[in-house]
Design a protein around this ligand. Structure first.
Ligand code: TA6
Length: 298
């Protein structure tokens, strides 16, 4: 659809504008009394969430790709319908196939509490069924207000169950990785991807001093990123998830990634709300699963 048509259909005076962004991608820009946000309709990805008077909560790489078929490095990428490598080992792309695909913009709504909700969606097509042979509808609701809420809603529109792993692969902007701690995972078991997925147990807060890639399991409560560098705490509450991923590429892997700056690992941390590791959802025919995360500066 033409960008002017989208702007006419979904624009709301002083609240929502639909613009053409980098790479010609359609961006939804949201302004509320509490915060601003930018959402890309390509990949269904929140790229920026900035509460008034604060630096952006989200990290977005300055070398990110904005091009068809490529994932955008930063913000809240959607990993779906599998998290990580192809679970069937068929060589399909890591983290599924919706983070590098055009989504449909479905709605924008100014709500009574002053927040704005933007809805996007995707359904199965011949092309998606060639990669993943299931009928589905996938919805994304992004609510921008004093907090940022992201809800990813999967409906099985087929006649048989399917297995779903997924993640909100959120990149948080931090002031200094050396002064960052993640709370809420104390005592949880985790699969250490840096050591072939061996199971370990977290003691104390998570700190990052080397490349880190962990799937925490049995996650029940809220998480908190204590960012000493920017002197703020980011609180993450979630539903529909019993696992969380903590990732930082550290120096060598960051350097090897063309879409990440060499020093970016010092200023970002991914703390991801997931259904990953053993936390796989078997979704019955006709059933729906909601994975939600809410981010707020505490
Ligand atoms: O969520 C952690 C992770 O799966 C890591 O293993 C690392 O590969 C990262 O995501 C980034 O993946 P990407 O494919 O976006 O470069």
């Amino acid at each position: 659809m033409d960008i002017r048509d989208l702007a006419r259909r979904f624009g709301i005076d002083n609240r929502v504008s639909v613009t053409e962004g980098r790479g010609g991608l359609v961006m939804v820009e949201v302004t509320t009394d509490h915060a601003t946000a930018v959402i890309s309709s390509y990949a269904g990805q929140v790229l920026s969430y900035r509460p008034r008077g604060q630096r952006d909560l989200l990290f977005l790489s300055e070398s990110a790709y904005y091009a068809a078929g490529k994932a955008i490095k930063g913000g809240v990428p959607i990993c779906w319908p599998w998290f990580g490598p192809d679970p069937e080992g068929k060589g399909r792309p890591g983290h599924g196939f919706v983070r590098n695909r055009q989504w449909d913009l479905l709605g924008a709504e100014a709500r009574a509490d002053g927040s704005v909700r933007v809805s996007l969606g995707l359904g199965d097509t011949e092309e998606t069924r060639a990669v993943w042979p299931h009928a589905f509808s996938l919805g994304l609701e992004v609510t921008v207000g004093a907090s940022l809420e992201v809800a990813l809603i999967t409906r099985n529109r087929g006649v048989a169950p399917f297995d779903l792993s997924q993640g909100l692969h959120t990149y948080f902007r931090i002031g200094d990785i050396a002064r960052t701690r993640v709370f809420g995972l104390e005592g949880c078991a985790y699969l250490d991807k840096m050591e072939g997925g061996v199971e370990k147990r977290q003691t104390g807060a998570v700190t990052i001093t080397a490349e880190t890639d962990r799937v925490y399991t049995g996650v029940t409560g809220p998480l908190e990123i204590d960012d000493g560098g920017l002197d703020r705490r980011i609180r993450i509450t979630s539903t529909g998830s019993a696992s969380a991923v903590v990732w930082n590429p550290w120096a060598a892997t960051a350097k090897a990634m063309a879409d990440l700056g060499d020093d970016d690992y010092l200023r970002m941390i991914c703390v991801e709300t997931t259904n990953a590791g053993p936390d796989v959802i078997r979704l019955a025919a006709g059933a729906e699963h909601r994975l939600t995360a809410c981010y707020a500066v505490g």
